[in-house]
Design a protein around this ligand. Structure first.
Ligand code: GDP
Ligand code: MG
Length: 177
C-alpha cells in the first residue's frame, strides 16, 4: 500500500577509500557539514556521518564511512567494507602515486564486497590546477576501463562534492527501488 511505501526506510552504507591525504575526510566534512579543515589530522576509530537527500519524494539516508587513517598502514579492515553498497575511490590530482594506487583500492573493495557496489572514481583537489599531475583524460579513461563513474572535485572550493556523493546515492537507490 501507499502507507507501507512511505514508511519504507532507505539507508545505504557508502565507504570512502584511497591513499592517505587525498582529501577523504575533507570530502565528507564538506558534504555532511559544509566544513573544510586545512590542517586535518587522522582521527582515532572508524567514523561515519549520516546524510539525507530526497529522491522521488522519499527520504534516502546515506551512512558515509571515513577511514580513521588506517589506510597509511594498508590495513583497512573488512568491517569497514561490510555491507557497503557504494564507494568513492579518491586520488589527488596533484600526486600521481595516489592515482597509481586506485587499482589496488578497487581490488581491495572487490575482495571485501559480496554485492554490487556503486562506485565513483574521484580526482580530488582540482583547485590545484597549477600543480596538476594527472590529466582529466587519464581519470576518465581509468573510470571507463573499470566501469566507474568519474568526477573531479575540490573539497576546498566545494566543486562537485555534493554531486559526486549524490550520483552514487541515486545509483544505489535506482538499483534497489
Ligand atoms: P585524508 O587523509 O584522505 O582523509 O585527507 P584529508 O581530508 O585529511 O586531507 C589531507 C590534506 O589535504 C589536508 O591538509 C587538507 O586540508 C588537504 N585537502 C583536502 N581536500 C583538498 C582539496 O580539495 N584541495 C586542496 N587544495 N587541499 C585539500
Ligand atoms: Mg582522513
Amino acid at each position: 500500500s501507499d502507507e507501507e511505501e512511505e514508511g519504507e526506510e532507505y539507508l545505504f552504507k557508502v565507504v570512502i577509500i584511497g591513499d592517505s591525504a587525498v582529501g577523504k575526510s575533507n570530502l565528507l566534512s564538506r558534504y555532511a557539514r559544509n566544513e573544510f579543515n586545512p590542517h586535518s589530522k587522522a582521527t582515532i576509530g572508524v567514523e561515519f556521518q549520516t546524510q539525507s537527500m530526497e529522491i522521488d519524494g522519499r527520504e534516502v539516508k546515506a551512512q558515509i564511512w571515513d577511514t580513521a587513517g588506517q589506510e597509511r598502514f594498508r590495513a583497512v579492515t573488512s568491517a569497514y567494507y561490510r555491507g557497503a553498497v557504494g564507494a568513492l575511490i579518491v586520488y589527488d590530482i596533484s600526486r600521481r602515486t595516489t592515482f597509481e594506487s586506485v587499482r589496488r583500492w578497487l581490488d581491495e573493495l572487490n575482495t571485501h564486497s559480496d554485492t554490487t557496489v556503486a562506485r565513483m572514481l574521484v580526482g580530488n583537489k582540482c583547485d590545484l590546477e597549477n600543480i596538476r599531475d594527472v590529466s582529466i583524460e587519464e581519470g576518465k579513461n581509468l573510470a571507463e576501463e573499470e566501469g566507474l563513474f568519474f568526477m573531479e572535485t575540490s573539497a576546498l572550493d566545494s566543486t562537485n562534492v555534493k554531486t559526486a556523493f549524490e550520483i552514487v546515492i541515486k545509483e544505489i537507490y535506482n538499483s534497489v527501488s
